[in-house]
Design a protein around this ligand. Structure first.
Ligand SMILES: NC(=O)c1ccc[n+]([C@@H]2O[C@H](COP(=O)([O-])OP(=O)(O)OC[C@H]3O[C@@H](n4cnc5c(N)ncnc54)[C@H](OP(=O)(O)O)[C@@H]3O)[C@@H](O)[C@H]2O)c1
Length: 248
């Protein structure tokens, strides 16, 4: 698809992968709106970029999401690309720690239910364009779970499943549905799971840009491609590979 002169919303665009995507898309002549809970973080990010504006919102909060959608309609009049990138994870051991329900509830709230709601609310806006896109940021753990982020893995597997269905449901429309599936990436988010060994978030953003331009819908960045192939040929080996780190 063409990715210039678009209006783009990136959730979690103030840091990590979302920030790098905002940087590349703004450099390509798009109008980029970044959202997140911390206004200060968003302002600091936007100050480093051109053509990037800020709307603070907690995507798990329905009222905040209503306001976000209204503001986009009123101030920008359109939206071409929605990038559902904000995510939440707990690193913990299922066998040792309790409170799995509460942790999983929060993870699913951010990583699945908020995405369903925001997508529902923005679909009519995206549909008004001749070419639009939704990008859901899942993970390699959508294919093979990692035991130290087990319920997070489950939430990303659910997001993967939903994304496949959404792509199918929208196949006869002008909205293209992409799924960005990074391996371990060195961001704030992954510091409890060895993120310093991960790839730079800029590599993920470059992979997304390339895939958007080529209309490659399921985007296996770096090691994700290998894990995916292994999960098909030998699920047990893929599981072992993903769980070599040991438990949190
Ligand atoms: N890092 C990895 O190894 C890795 C690997 C695969 C997939 N991913 C996925 O990549 C995505 C981006 O993660 P990242 O690594 O770039 O982490 P990050 O730098 O921590 O970014 C996450 C962003 O999400 C925002 N956010 C979190 N909860 C939110 C909420 N309720 N409402 C609005 N914004 C919220 C955060 O901003 P505020 O705190 O200000 O709200 C933050 O800017 C996530 O979906 C993650 O699951 C990451």
């Amino acid at each position: 698809m063409n990715i210039t002169n678009k209006t783009v919303l990136i959730t979690g665009g103030g840091s990590g992968i979302g920030f790098e995507i905002a940087k590349l898309l703004s450099e390509k002549g798009n109008k980029v709106i970044i959202t997140g809970r911390s206004e200060a973080r968003l302002q600091k990010a936007a100050a480093q970029l051109n053509n990037v504006s800020v709307i603070a919102a907690d995507i798990t909060n329905e009222t905040a999401v209503e306001k976000l959608v209204t503001q986009i309609k009123q101030e920008y009049g359109k939206l071409d690309i929605l990038i559902n990138n904000a995510g939440n994870a707990y690193a913990y051991n299922l066998a040792k720690e309790g409170n799995t329900f509460q942790k999983a509830k929060e993870e699913f709230e951010t990583n699945l239910f908020s995405i369903l709601r925001l997508t529902d609310k923005l679909l009519p806006v995206l549909s008004a364009q001749t070419e639009g896109a939704i990008v859901n940021v899942s993970s390699v753990v959508a294919f093979v779970p990692a035991g130290d982020i087990s319920t997070y893995s489950a939430s990303k597997a659910a997001l993967h499943s939903y994304t496949q269905s959404l792509r199918h449901a929208l196949q006869k429309t002008a909205i293209k549905v992409f799924e960005l599936m990074p391996p371990l990436v060195n961001t704030e988010f992954s510091k409890d799971i060895g993120g310093e060994n991960g790839i730079h978030p800029n590599v993920v953003a470059e992979g997304l840009i390339d895939a958007l331009e080529k209309d490659e819908y399921e985007i296996h960045i770096g090691n994700t491609a290998y894990v995916y192939q292994l999960s098909l040929s030998s699920p047990a080996e893929a599981f072992n590979l993903m769980n070599q780190r040991g438990e949190a």
